[in-house]
Design a protein around this ligand. Structure first.
Ligand SMILES: Nc1ncnc2c1ncn2[C@@H]1O[C@H](COP(=O)(O)OP(=O)(O)OP(=O)(O)O)[C@@H](O)[C@H]1O
Length: 320
């Protein structure tokens, strides 16, 4: 059994030669919560819909759960909650699930047990006999996820699962995703809500202007730009003159009680001892050193800005 539930090679889906997603080469580890992150229009939904066989790729190759995309076999063990779903609101949650169970090919007998199970899993037990029109958005999202779980999928695609929800609804969905992860399922989440994704994803892929910028464990991606906050005596006025070259950026972020706090960006993670030695030798009085935890937003912005920088250089070279 492969360690990856999704593998793609230069997968491309364009609309009349434009937009969509382009040359996506990506692996999604089994059992991960994978956040596919990008701005509006970056190409996230196009990628997912291509993986699900709803769109035909323009180019490239992809395998999902060991089967080529588009095959019925590859789709059998996959659940999908689209971004803009709308269920008939006169149905009860139970009726909706019964219809979907029928579409999944479950017998009446099988579906009874399965529905009971998924309703409990999404935290809707006791509410499934109520009409959908009376559900909050968070409950609608959870009943939608329940539909996606009916076939006991190994891989679940959720397209912007929390974007329409209030903070309580978002928390409910995050907790549900964690429960699914604990059951060994792989969850592929499309989102542009980075703070939402931060606590729930362990792997991410960043897509920008249709192209994949980077992918991997997001905590590892954050170590490319190590930062520390250094608090020194205000008198250390010449601090910037004594900074070694491996400090790639420094910014004064706070001034209080005769002390200055600087945010320093280092070229490598292991530079802190050398930096401190050099500063002390130069007479800088250091009061505090705090390693700055990068947020997922920091990581996203770093990679997107880097990609934009490369694009500008390429554009410039093409014009000279
Ligand atoms: N059916 C279509 N025909 C033509 N262009 C399309 C079509 N669907 C999407 N696009 C274009 O492809 C690009 C990627 O769209 P896509 O919906 O995949 O992005 P997204 O990252 O999912 O965005 P959002 O976060 O807003 O849902 C956009 O420029 C969009 O306008």
């Amino acid at each position: 059994m492969s360690d990856f539930v999704i593998e793609t090679w230069e997968l491309t889906k364009q609309y009349n030669g434009k937009a969509g997603c382009k040359n996506i080469t990506l692996q999604v580890p089994r059992g991960s919560v994978f956040g596919f992150l990008g701005q509006n229009g970056a190409g996230k939904s196009t990628f997912v819909r291509t993986m699900l066989g709803l769109l035909h790729p323009t180019d490239g190759k992809a395998v999902m759960l060991g089967q080529p995309i588009g095959s019925v076999e590859s789709r059998k063990k996959v659940g999908y909650l689209p971004e803009l779903f709308r269920y008939p609101d006169w149905l009860t949650g139970q009726q909706l699930l019964e219809h979907h169970a029928e579409l999944c090919g479950l017998t009446h007998r099988e579906s009874k047990a399965v529905i009971k199970n998924v309703v409990e899993l999404v935290g809707m037990a006791g509410r499934e006999r109520e009409r959908i029109r009376g559900y909050s958005k968070g409950m609608q999202q959870r009943i939608g996820i329940a539909c996606a779980l009916l076939s006991d999928p190994e891989l679940i695609f959720l397209d912007e699962p929390t974007s329409a929800l209030d903070p309580i609804g978002r928390k409910e969905v995050r907790e549900l995703i964690a429960r699914l992860r604990d059951q060994g399922k792989t969850i592929f989440l499309n989102s542009h809500l980075l703070s939402e994704m931060e606590s729930v994803c362990n792997h991410v892929g960043i897509i920008h202007r249709s192209e994949l910028v980077v992918h991997g464990e997001w905590r590892k991606l954050s170590s490319v730009q190590p930062q520390i906050e250094l608090t020194v005596d205000k008198d250390s006025g010449s601090l910037q003159n004594v900074l070694p070259s491996f400090v790639t950026a420094s910014q004064l972020v706070r001034q209080e009680d005769n002390r200055d706090s600087w945010l320093m960006t280092l070229d490598q993670d292991n530079r802190v001892p050398a930096l401190l030695q050099q500063l002390i030798a130069s007479g800088v009085a250091i009061h505090e050193v705090v390693r700055k935890q990068q947020s997922l937003e920091d990581v996203f912005l770093y990679w997107v800005q880097r990609k934009e920088g490369e694009r500008h250089v390429a554009d410039h070279q093409n014009h000279v």
